[in-house]
Design a protein around this ligand. Structure first.
Ligand code: BG6
Length: 369
């Protein structure tokens, strides 16, 4: 039931903090990660993995991309992300030390299911990240980490997305523990930060009214671009997908570093560009690079909406609008930065008078290949 909300999507966005909290619940012990369901694989298997392949479709694939950055950095295992339908039909190289992780809210997406079956037959280990108890994909997998986002009714995925990212982080940290690539203190610090995300996200939800205003003046916009770097890149892809799905407008997400290799040619006066700005505290100096991207597009007349950390004043002279997110380590920024984009997609669709829960031509779960 919608319970007083204007749409299931509005309700489900409001449940994003809870989706993260519930996905963590019961999986932390003494400050370290222990996902009981991973016992089905066993520490020996986790230690023996020499490659991880993440397969999914749509929003779930973007959660997988966030997972790639985290798992590689924490557990030092090579990770690739592939769309399930591309993976299945291209004769991939797999072995018994390959772990194939499927990500699916419904657990019934046929493209993903076929890829999982194929991976199993080829001898790979399979782990499913799924939001639906007892669905087909987890039943076909060696192990499952359930996301506890609760039932998601709106066709465009929101709370399941942040829960999937959370499950990816839990897996990445447990793998790092098993492989001793992070010391316990580092893991405890990261776990503690992850546990703080739901509360921070509750604050982020307060930007709703401001975003509704933005969406209203943008109701006639024909194209929106999204730029992000590192884990902000999948957030940019997700922001763009939401606009396509919900508001039926052309939207593209780009890795900000690609800007000068092509997309900058699209910038003309009035082009709206959302930029997910990495933290200025990030030691890789990505912040400065993205601020310089903002200057480049602004100089060509773009209208820039920056999603930036509280206290980041460097973006102020260059952005038309700044949406603030609370301070967090780089890996936890996507969970905070994506929610304003979910709200934006929903509000833009609503401003255009569209059905946000049931966009045209889409199904919640695509059970044909
Ligand atoms: C699409 C939905 O059809 O399937 C997306 O519209 C979703 O929202 C994608 O991300 C994958 O679905 P699932 O259930 O496998 O996560």
């Amino acid at each position: 039931e919608k319970g007083g909300w204007s749409s299931f999507m509005a309700k489900e966005i409001s449940e994003e903090p809870e989706a993260i909290a519930k996905t963590i619940l019961g999986r932390v012990s003494d400050g370290l990660v222990h996902v009981p369901e991973l016992d089905a694989l066993g520490d020996d298997v986790l230690r023996g993995i020499d490659r991880v392949l993440i397969i999914a479709c749509g929003t779930a694939a973007y959660a997988g991309l966030v997972g790639k950055y985290a798992i590689e950095q924490w557990a030092r295992v090579p990770v690739d992300v592939e769309l399930a339908h591309e993976f299945r039909y291209r004769d991939p190289v797999l072995s018994t030390s390959t772990l194939v992780i499927s990500v699916s809210q419904s657990g019934e997406t046929m493209d993903t299911l076929m890829a999982v079956k194929f991976a199993r037959e080829a001898g790979a280990r399979t782990l499913s990240i799924c939001n639906t108890q007892g669905a087909t994909i987890p039943r076909e997998s060696d192990a499952v980490i359930y996301t506890h986002a609760g039932p998601e009714v709106a066709v465009a995925s929101t709370k399941a997305f942040v829960a999937q990212i959370t499950a990816m982080y839990l897996f990445g940290l447990q793998l790092a523990q098993a492989r001793a690539t992070l010391d316990d203190e580092t893991v405890r610090g990261l776990v503690a930060e992850l546990q703080e995300v739901p509360e921070k996200l509750t604050k982020v939800l307060e930007v709703g009214d401001r975003i509704r205003e933005l969406a209203h003046w943008m109701a006639d916009t024909r194209s929106v671009l999204f730029l992000g770097r590192h884990v902000g890149y999948p957030v940019a892809l997700e922001g763009a997908l939401k606009l396509k799905e919900l508001a039926y407008i052309h939207a593209e997400g780009f890795a900000a570093g690609e800007l000068k290799h092509g997309p900058i040619a699209l910038i003309e006066p009035g082009q709206v560009v959302f930029v997910i700005v990495p933290s200025p505290r990030d030691e890789r100096s990505l912040h400065a690079k993205v601020v310089s991207n903002i200057q480049e597009i602004r100089a060509r007349g773009a209208r820039v909406i920056a999603i930036a950390e509280e206290g980041d004043v460097a973006v102020l002279p260059h952005a038309d609008e700044v949406i603030r997110i609370p301070l967090a380590s780089p890996f936890f920024e996507p969970l905070l930065a994506v929610v304003p984009l979910h709200i934006f997609g929903m509000e833009l669709a609503a401003a255009k008078g569209l059905d946000v829960d049931q966009p045209r031509n889409l199904a919640k779960s695509v059970t044909v290949e």
